[in-house]
Design a protein around this ligand. Structure first.
Ligand code: ADP
Ligand code: TYD
Length: 211
């Protein structure tokens, strides 16, 4: 993508389904706003009108609806739109952007879950997105507990939960490997605790990074 000047700060939350990302992203955004930072809370897949339309295509329906390769193209198309219309303008305006999932989710769910497509994911990311968050907070969580929470939520967006707990376990291990691969960008936080305990760690981490 063409380079716009960037003065903001880009934070992503990652983790398996039900690990508490949305809860923690919301609490962080509220805490930063209270501290006087201009923040933008957004999510993937989605975060712009076009990407939200793609969200319904990828999250609803039968697990085998799309192949991993087709899914990769759809998630990347959604992310490109989200970057162009939401994330980059907010960063250019100096905001702290908090994104519930970003490209590391693609590295896991499309790159690792059903075969080894990681090289394809990274190549497409380089070509179409070309940007990583400044900080990625990985909420680490026991797979069965995460899946239980995610399924309890109900609703139509359960296509990935339909792949079952074996997938969640692979994704959890894969995220921990990613955190070792990118140690400066990732901070791992134990999500098997109370909401308040997790958010205290999240806020302390972010305050330290923002200076
Ligand atoms: P994610 O975005 O990772 O799927 P959510 O933030 O939506 O996770 O949380 C999934 C469910 O678990 C929600 O009902 C939420 O209220 C609950 N939850 C989140 N964090 C915790 C926690 N630390 N302890 C207990 N329940 C939690
Ligand atoms: P999300 O709404 O964040 O789910 P949850 O709250 O259960 O964590 O994301 C929905 C699903 O989309 C989730 O199962 C992971 C999947 N996903 C991908 O497969 N690839 C991607 O690039 C992204 C961003 C999400």
């Amino acid at each position: 993508m063409t380079d716009a000047p960037r003065t903001g700060y880009f934070i992503s939350f990652e983790g398996i389904d039900g690990s508490g990302k949305s809860t923690q992203a919301q609490r962080l955004a509220a805490a930063l706003e209270r501290a006087g930072h201009h923040t933008l809370l957004t999510r993937e897949p989605g975060g712009s009108p076009g990407a939200e339309e793609i969200r319904a295509l990828v999250l609803e329906g039968a697990p085998e609806r799309w192949s991993p390769e087709t899914e990769l193209l759809l998630f990347t198309a959604a992310r490109r739109d989200h970057m162009e219309r939401t994330i980059r303008p907010a960063l250019a305006a100096g905001k702290v952007v908090i994104c519930d999932r970003f490209a590391d989710s693609t590295r896991m769910y499309q790159g690792l879950s059903r075969g080894d497509l990681r090289a394809m994911v990274d190549a497409l990311h380089g070509l179409m997105i070309g940007q990583e968050p400044d900080l990625t907070i990985l909420i680490d969580m026991t797979p069965d507990r995460g899946l239980e929470r995610a399924l309890a939520r109900g609703g139509a967006e359960a296509r990935f939960e339909g792949f079952g707990s074996e997938l969640q376990a692979r994704i959890r291990a894969g995220f921990l490997d990613l955190a070792r691969e990118f140690p400066r960008r990732f901070v791992v936080i134990d999500g098997n605790r109370s909401i308040e305990a997790v958010s205290a760690d999240v806020l302390a981490t972010v305050k330290e990074r923002l200076g």
